[in-house]
Each structure stands twice: as structure tokens, then as C-alpha cells.
Ligand binder design. Structure first.
Ligand code: ATP
Ligand code: MG
Length: 360
């Protein structure tokens, strides 16, 4: 770990806009990142994640808005003066340089003395658990090892903020999970602020202090993983972070939260108690909040599919009115329903999520 590690910085983005050829791809991004925080930018392909990161890095100029590190605006500074570390999707190591030369590159460019470079490279290698690899060439490393060298290279310049753009996308699932854990651990060890871009919502949920969900150039929702997962503010949010089934309904009784759903079925939704009778609402339910049984429940449906995924049974149930309900239930010996069977469904009142009316 670098010995003179400067304290982690805060990052503020205000009203950031960007257009390419008349098409606005960032429509006013606002975001405040605390020192030492690990933030993930998530969202579908083309929503503007990389563009946002490139503007923070100084590779692209915004059309409007400001970016501040602590209290200082950096939008006018060239990239190399922004004090940022960067890790990209492709490992982007120099193939003709050794591991040590790759890691030390940024320090060499900054004209640091050889002895200091050697010391920093040694520390960085230790940190990414690759001591002894300094004389290898990138082609002699596995994908995960190359990724870790990329991370080590970004960390040796002692950035106060590190930007990572889908750094794990080329790795297989198992290595990806290991690296997620390692990146998070190293980020906490060196106490740097991290902005991590991924389109993988699971990765964002496991790694981040907060998630910034982007959609078509705007920030759709910001919150801790648990907040975004348990209180999605829009249908887009509910569908992108985790899975959900959606229902249209009308509040029948606000006192009890009773809602009439399409297909003549009724739900009791705690979060509908603040609504008024007659109001149209859109409800969502997470698959892991659905209980299936062969006995009695809130309402009944027909099992369409079931698939074992480890200890969990992934089911799809057809409801009266044509809605399809996803249910992830623990695989149990006593639940022997197969496709075509009638199953009963139970959902706890607090597990019905209310999606804001008029939300995207
Ligand atoms: N240099 C460019 N010139 C023109 N259009 C661009 C340029 N860079 C990005 N765009 C467009 O801006 C939009 C946002 O792109 P961006 O790369 O930020 O998306 P992303 O969220 O990173 O997507 P992905 O998950 O696919 O990497 C896209 O519609 C893209 O086509
Ligand atoms: Mg991208």
C-alpha cells in the first residue's frame, strides 16, 4: 500500500450534459459521492455510463455542468492533472512491457525516482496478491491476473478517486466473483473513492455502498443496494435491479390496503393504506417474496414452468387475467407441483411494492 496515501476525496457532479451530433446522451446528471464511498453506475447498454466516466476522467468534455473533487472544479483541467486512477474493460496492459514496467508506468511518466518506483511496484503487487510476478509479460498471465495488474497500475499513482469501467466483463463467472470481492477489499484497504461502472446489477448489489441507476441519460434512482431493491421508485428500477412481476390494480379499501387486481383477484398491500379508494395503482412483487403451496392462499394460479437452480425452485405461474407471476421458492420435498397443476399463492402485505404512478 502506498505510504503517503492521500485521503479519499469527495466527487460532486452537477447538471452534467453531453450531446453527440445533436443527440443528448446525458441529460443533466447530478451526483454527490462521499470520500471513501464505493458507487456503482448501472443501467442498460447505451444509457450513458461510460460517457459519464469519460467526462469525469477528462477524456471527453461535457456540454454543460460541473465536476468537483472536494471543493475544486476539475472540468477545465486536463486528464493527467485530475489525480484519478483508471481501470478499463479491456485489460489495456502494454504487451511489450513486463508486469513491473506496466505497474510503474504512471510513476515513470511523473518522473519519480527509480527507487521509489520499485518500492511502489512491490507494494502494489503485494496488494493484488501477485508478488513474484514482476518480470512476467501480460501474455504470461491469466485474465484475472491481468485484471489485477491493471488495478495495481491504477493504484500506484495514489489516486484520490478511482474510476473503473466494467473491469471484470471479460472474466468467467467464478473469477468475476473472486475479483469483485478483491476489488472491494483493496478499495477499503487503500481508502480511495471508487466509481464503478457495470451493467450487471448483481455485481452492483454485492459491491457497492450506493447504486446509481441510470436510464437514457438521466439518473433514475440512487440509494444503497437494499434501498433500491426494497423500495424501487419506478417500474424501470424494479425491473432492472432484481426481478419483479407487475400488476395493475385499483384501491378498494384504503384502510386495509385492499386492492382489486386485473383478473378478479385481490391483494392486501400495506403501502396502499396511504392511498385513496378508487385510485389506480401499479404493484410489483419480487419473486423471492412469493409463497407457493398446494393448500390455501390469497389466490390461485396455474404452474407453467419450474426449474431447479441449486436449492431454489424458479417457478412461473399463470394468474386469472393473463398475468404471469415469477416465484423463487425454496426447493422442498413436500411441494410436488408440476406444470399444469393448480397452486395457491400467498404474498405478505408489506411485500407488495407500489410503483409510483406516472413513473417511467
Ligand atoms: N464518441 C461518440 N460519438 C457518438 N455517440 C457516442 C459516442 N460515445 C457514446 N455515444 C453514444 O452515447 C450513448 C451513451 O453511450 P455510453 O458508451 O455512455 O453507454 P454505456 O451506458 O456505457 O453503455 P454500455 O453498457 O453498452 O457500455 C450511446 O447511445 C452511444 O452510442
Ligand atoms: Mg460503457
Amino acid at each position: 500500500m502506498p505510504e503517503r496515501q492521500p485521503p479519499a476525496a469527495s466527487l460532486t457532479i452537477a447538471g452534467l450534459t453531453k450531446s453527440y451530433g445533436g443527440v443528448q446522451v446525458l441529460k443533466g446528471i447530478d451526483l454527490a459521492v462521499a470520500p471513501g464511498e464505493f458507487i456503482s453506475l448501472v443501467g442498460p447498454s447505451g444509457c450513458g455510463k461510460t460517457t459519464t466516466l469519460n467526462i469525469i476522467a477528462g477524456f471527453e468534455a461535457p456540454n454543460g455542468g460541473d465536476i468537483r473533487i472536494d471543493a475544486t472544479s476539475i472540468v477545465k483541467l486536463p486528464s493527467y492533472r485530475r489525480d484519478l486512477g483508471m481501470v478499463f474493460q479491456s485489460h489495456a496492459l502494454f504487451p511489450h512491457l513486463t508486469v513491473a514496467e506496466n505497474i510503474g508506468f504512471g510513476l515513470l511518466m511523473r518522473k519519480r525516482p527509480k527507487s521509489e518506483i520499485a518500492r511502489q511496484v512491490g507494494r502494489a503487487l503485494e496488494m493484488v496478491r501477485l508478488s513474484g510476478f514482476q518480470n512476467r509479460y501480460p501474455r504470461e498471465l491469466s485474465g484475472g491476473q491481468q485484471q489485477r495488474i491493471g488495478l495495481a497500475r491504477a493504484l500506484t499513482v495514489e489516486p484520490r478517486i478511482i474510476l473503473l469501467d466494467e473491469p471484470l466483463s471479460s472474466l468467467d463467472a467464478k473469477l468475476r466473483r473472486e475479483m469483485q470481492f478483491e476489488i472491494r477489499q483493496i478499495q477499503q484497504e487503500v481508502k480511495t473513492t471508487a466509481i464503478y461502472v457495470t451493467h450487471d446489477q448483481e455485481e452492483a448489489l454485492t459491491m457497492s455502498d450506493r447504486i446509481v441507476l441510470m436510464n437514457k441519460g438521466v439518473v433514475e434512482q440512487v440509494g444503497s443496494p437494499i434501498e433500491v431493491y426494497s423500495r424501487p421508485t419506478s417500474e424501470f428500477s424494479a425491473a432492472f435491479i432484481g426481478h419483479a412481476s407487475f400488476f395493475d390494480g385499483k384501491v378498494v379499501d384504503a384502510a386495509t390496503g385492499r386492492v382489486a387486481l386485473d383478473g378478479g383477484i385481490f391483494a392486501h398491500a400495506t403501502h396502499c393504506r396511504s392511498r385513496t379508494a378508487g385510485e389506480q395503482v401499479r404493484l410489483a412483487v419480487r419473486p423471492d417474496r412469493v409463497h407457493l403451496d398446494l393448500g390455501d392462499g390469497d389466490f390461485a394460479g396455474t404452474l407453467l414452468t419450474r426449474a431447479f437452480v441449486g436449492p431454489t425452485l424458479y417457478c412461473e405461474v399463470a394468474l386469472p387475467g393473463g398475468t404471469r407471476l415469477q416465484a423463487h421458492v425454496p426447493a422442498r420435498a413436500d411441494f410436488a407441483a408440476s406444470a399444469g397443476d393448480r397452486v395457491s399463492i400467498r404474498i405478505e402485505p408489506q411485500d407488495w411494492l407500489v410503483i409510483q404512478a406516472g413513473a417511467r
